[in-house]
Design a protein around this ligand. Structure first.
Ligand SMILES: [Zn+2]
Length: 386
């Protein structure tokens, strides 16, 4: 994911004819992609530094909320002794001039009479000469807020970052690359040019943080943690969608199996699957590791699982499409104590061979997996005895 985003950025920089060596993924510790929303567009919006008599300088700011975003800036946010910290943010050379040239914003009035701004053209400038724009702004963790957040304050001035923000529009992406703990580079990508970036990073606009990823080579543990937290939130989100659909189904029993299918696939093929892919990279029964045919089976059936059980990785088994189908229909199961495979008598030896089912297959399970498997195995036995 991290490298994918860097690749996309390189394509963007190449697209706007910024010469030079492509961004080297290894040069950065991480990347944060923030889709700008109404709340964090800074265009002509200033803040008086309230309560500070001496410093009455106007400020613009961007709030970074969400656990992943905070981890991206400060790795020890839980350490309450962390003092106010400053970080340096540099602009990627040329980016500002590029934005200036495409930004012929004009105001228009919507149906409700509200003024909004549109960017008239994204015609690309022929070639951009070097602009050496470097500035320093400060970012610090703001205490006393409900919920943690990082607030990046930029003094009101002609400084480049402030101007960069004035050019920003809703749905543009602010991409920050982290050199090290205190130094960052910012690139603003206009929304018209970042559809692919969003498709990589979309995590339901999680509190305005689209994606924060650390370079796994820099800090594998934290990189995993950030990704894991993103995906867990994602799973929760999918789960809420699925519950809404389930309620619809309950209220309209006639709606039938289509909704039921959607409910199941929302969770089993969505983020729950990605959660399992983090732990395991191939089918538990064969060597298939092609992700497009890997499915996330719930061991205890989704419809019978609680909210927590639905997103519990212990309740998941990564299987290829064929093995998933067999497991889902209780044509195979695993003996909870030994982990030995149980294959339905209805599948003859030819089909066992064709389906790549080995009678000596064994699954090693955590204790919690075993308790879920007990339920699955019981159904398997019942079905066999019918
Ligand atoms: Zn398989």
């Amino acid at each position: 994911m991290y490298r994918q985003i860097i690749n996309e950025l390189n394509q963007f920089l190449n697209f706007i004819n910024i010469p030079g060596i492509p961004l080297n993924p290894d040069a950065f510790q991480g990347v944060l992609v923030k889709k700008l929303s109404n709340q964090n567009i800074i265009k002509d919006k200033r803040r008086i530094n309230a309560g500070d008599i001496v410093s009455t300088v106007n400020q613009t700011h961007i709030d970074i909320t969400g656990r992943q975003g905070m981890l991206f800036f400060f790795e020890e946010l839980n350490n309450t002794t962390t003092s106010v910290q400053s970080i340096d943010i540099d602009l990627y050379d040329n980016n500002l001039k590029y934005l200036h040239e495409i930004d012929h914003a004009s105001s228009q009035i919507d149906a409700k009479g509200n003024t909004y701004f549109v960017r008239q053209t994204t015609n690309l400038p022929p070639f951009l000469s070097n602009w050496d724009l470097t500035l320093h702004s400060s970012a610090y963790k703001k205490y006393g807020h409900t919920g943690d957040q990082v607030q990046i304050n930029i003094p009101d001035s002609e400084e480049a970052f402030t101007r960069l923000q004035r050019y920003s529009f809703q749905d543009d992406a602010l991409v920050m690359l982290r050199y090290d703990y205190l130094r960052y580079v910012a690139v603003l990508v206009p929304s018209e040019l970042c559809a692919n970036l969003y498709s990589i990073t979309n995590t339901h606009g999680n509190q305005n943080i689209n994606f924060a990823a650390l370079n796994p080579a820099y800090n594998p543990v934290l990189a995993h943690q950030i990704q894991y937290e993103t995906i867990s939130k994602d799973v929760n989100y999918d789960d809420i969608d699925a519950i809404t659909l389930q309620n619809t189904l309950n209220n309209n029993p006639g709606a039938g199996t289509d909704i039921e299918k959607i409910v199941k696939s929302r969770v089993s093929q969505g983020s729950f699957r990605r959660l399992l892919l983090l732990e395991c990279h191939q089918c538990n029964l064969c060597d298939i590791s092609t992700t497009s045919v890997l499915r996330a089976s719930h061991i205890k059936e989704w419809s019978e699982s609680s909210r927590e059980e639905r997103i519990d990785a212990n309740n998941g088994l990564l299987l290829c499409a064929n093995h998933d189908a067999l497991f889902d229909r209780h044509l195979i199961s695993f003996e909870p104590n030994t982990g030995n495979i149980c294959i339905s008598a209805s599948i003859d030896s030819n089909q066992r061979k064709a389906l790549n089912l080995s009678e000596s297959a064994n699954l090693s399970m955590t204790d919690r997996m075993k308790s879920y498997m007990q339920i699955h195995h019981k159904k398997f036995i019942e079905k066999e005895n019918q």
